[in-house]
Design a protein around this ligand. Structure first.
Ligand code: ADP
Ligand code: MG
Length: 272
């Protein structure tokens, strides 16, 4: 606070500031220059120790890096639209509030656990899968989002080009893969096998989030083979949280048409 103290600090630090600018640029952390300058007077005034000051400067750099890293990871994930847990109204799905709250911390990712979201169209499966993906990106995990059909297309292309093992190895470096809309379209036998390989390659290595409008008992029809479906469900569910969403479509809320199955079906086919 005392002007004399501040003046002497400024005079003495001119050389040091130049050096900080140079060193921060060498570290490819130019924000450190700005944080160091901004926090220096504050540190002197508040009587911080050298350690407090260094920690505060580095903390600014780390959180700035994390924030821009998260933005990049969210952009790279390929979400169909960015949704967050804050946007989700749990009043519409009160039964899963606690389960989702526990998943939001991202602990399931470090344990390579899976999440399965089941429920009818419009109940928020894609929203929650995306929101958990965004939370994962914010926690520093790399995320990829695509529909089951898109995953099968990617894997088929990799398989045809003879690089399926490479592709599966590359995907294992993503902490979270989201497979949306399992069950909207049935798979060919080859596609079902590729899908099974994706699930197997991640088993106990890295997490999956899957969404489906079908209960597990309906997956045999999707994969064209009860044995493949059973083996896959076994691996998915072994370490998983299964969340069941209920009720009418959120898309149709308040339109007075929740109870008309024919209208729900046509709308869901185009929007889901
Ligand atoms: P699903 O994948 O189960 O068919 P979506 O997640 O696509 O459903 O939800 C349909 C739309 O309704 C989306 O725009 C989603 O953001 C919104 N939505 C669904 N449930 C909720 C909720 N509980 N709170 C806020 N928005 C919701
Ligand atoms: Mg959906």
């Amino acid at each position: 606070m005392a002007p004399t103290k501040k003046t002497s600090g400024t005079a003495a630090s001119t050389e040091a500031v130049k050096q900080i600018t140079y060193l921060a640029a060498s570290l490819k952390a130019p924000r450190i220059t700005e944080a160091a300058a901004r926090l220096a007077d504050h540190a002197r005034d508040a009587g911080w120790t050298h350690e407090d000051y260094l920690a505060a400067v580095l903390e600014r750099e780390v959180s700035a890096r994390n924030a821009s890293g998260a933005r990049l990871r969210i952009r790279a994930a390929g979400f169909s639209g960015v949704k967050t847990l804050e946007d989700f109204h749990f009043d519409a799905q009160p039964a899963i509030r606690q389960q989702v709250g526990a998943l939001a911390s991202g602990g399931f990712l470090t344990e390579a656990r899976n999440v399965v979201l089941l429920g009818p169209p419009g109940t928020g499966k894609t929203h929650l899968a995306t929101a958990l993906g965004v939370a994962a990106a914010n926690h520093g995990h790399r995320v990829l989002f695509a529909t089951a059909t898109d995953w099968v297309t990617r894997l088929t292309e990799a398989h045809r080009a003879g690089r399926l093992p490479n592709e599966l190895a590359r995907l294992r470096r993503y902490g979270l893969i989201i497979i949306d809309e399992v069950g909207y379209l049935p798979f060919e036998q080859d596609a079902a096998n590729l899908f099974f390989q994706l699930v197997s390659s991640r088993y106990e290595h890295a997490s999956l989030i899957l969404t489906s409008n079908l209960p597990f008992s309906g997956w045999g029809g999707v994969f064209g083979d009860q044995a493949v479906a059973a083996a896959m469900i076994d691996r998915i569910v072994h370490h998983a949280d299964v969340l069941t969403l209920k009720g009418a479509s959120y898309r149709l809320r308040g339109r007075g048409i929740e109870s008309l199955p024919s209208i729900r079906t046509t709308t869901d086919q185009t929007e889901s």
